[in-house]
Design a binder for this molecule. Sequence first.
Ligand code: GDP
Ligand code: GDP
Ligand code: MG
Length: 360
Amino acid sequence: MGFFDLFKKKKTEEPAAPQGSTAAPETESPEVATPEAVTEQEAEAKQHEADRRELEAGLEKTKTGFFSKLARAVAGRSTVDADVLDDLEEVLITSDVGVDTTVKIIRRIEERVARDKYMNTSELQSILREEIALLMEESNRKEEDFGIEVKPGMPYVMMVVGVNGAGKTTTIGKLAAQLTKAGRKVYIGAADTFRAAAIDQLAVWAERAGATMIRQEMGSDPASVAFDTLKSAVANGAEVVLIDTAGRLHNKIGLMNELTKIRNVMAKVIPDAPHEVMLVLDGSTGQNAFEQAKQFTQATQVTSLTITKLDGTAKGGVVIGISDQFHIPVRYIGVGEGVDQLKMFDRKEFVKALFGDEKN
Ligand code: GDP
Ligand code: GDP
Ligand code: MG
């Protein structure tokens, strides 16, 4: 791969070879191209490494909690028997994987134990790793533009929903920053008009990111803000639109009506908008996050998930349970408050961060 990158770099940068007497001797050109290409590769590798370390740090509490419980469950036992499975069940449930998903995992391991007769407890870890990896939906998006499919001509519209405090505004801010950094023109709609502070908080993020925010007075109609945002985004050739919403869950009908109204109004400007409805869940709330996912998926069509605050919790098991139960791909995970601490979710990286590298 490295070789082809070098080759590509050289090819694209050198066809305009200087003509005439100023041309550099041919033998020198590889030396000119190589250090630059290597530096770029190195930068990419460094970024990847930094991402990996940040992800591991963000999942540290979950990992420590899970493995210390697991170690206790198998201590002094050599084979996986019914007692070990009972304890494993408890480990998974107390790690917030959720009852249904836990039962599913236990059942699958039981089947394997029945097949293999004697399963060593030392094998349990790698088997768990396999089963967990199998359960999780893969988001399967390309890394460019932070996973968003930017098409020319019409902005990609993402509506962000979730309860108050879940991390919607922060996630939008981080996302906007990543996208503008990648050279994208980003518009943000402040459709959480419930509190003035919410609008101001979003404004700070938008400014920091270099994105344009469309706002109205506090208390104005969120659908109207969404409408204005899309109109303005289209008129100004924006490529991505992120719509912040209020997460009032006091009753489902109210929520449903409000989200439906916002969607309908957006469709007046861009018929297939919103292209994505992302539900943001606070990972540190464990079982509550499951409940919220249930409520929101009933209130509106949710197409992707972001799970935040995994850095501050040992309840990171929710990512496993939620992706298994709702069959909605996890798009991003939040592992800190910093701009770079929103990561594209990658099933393999996630399992690797929890279980370490595969041992074969
Ligand atoms: P909203 O009400 O859904 O818009 O939530 P906010 O974006 O205002 O976030 C609520 C709080 O959670 C803020 O203090 C954020 O800084 C914090 N927060 C959001 N995402 C993360 C995360 O991934 N890690 C940590 N540690 N804090 C986060
Ligand atoms: P409904 O009859 O109450 O469902 O209203 P609509 O679905 O037509 O619009 C819902 C909201 O979107 C309204 O409160 C308007 O503020 C806003 N809206 C709809 N059309 C327009 C428009 O042409 N301009 C602006 N600024 N807002 C609009
Ligand atoms: Mg907010």
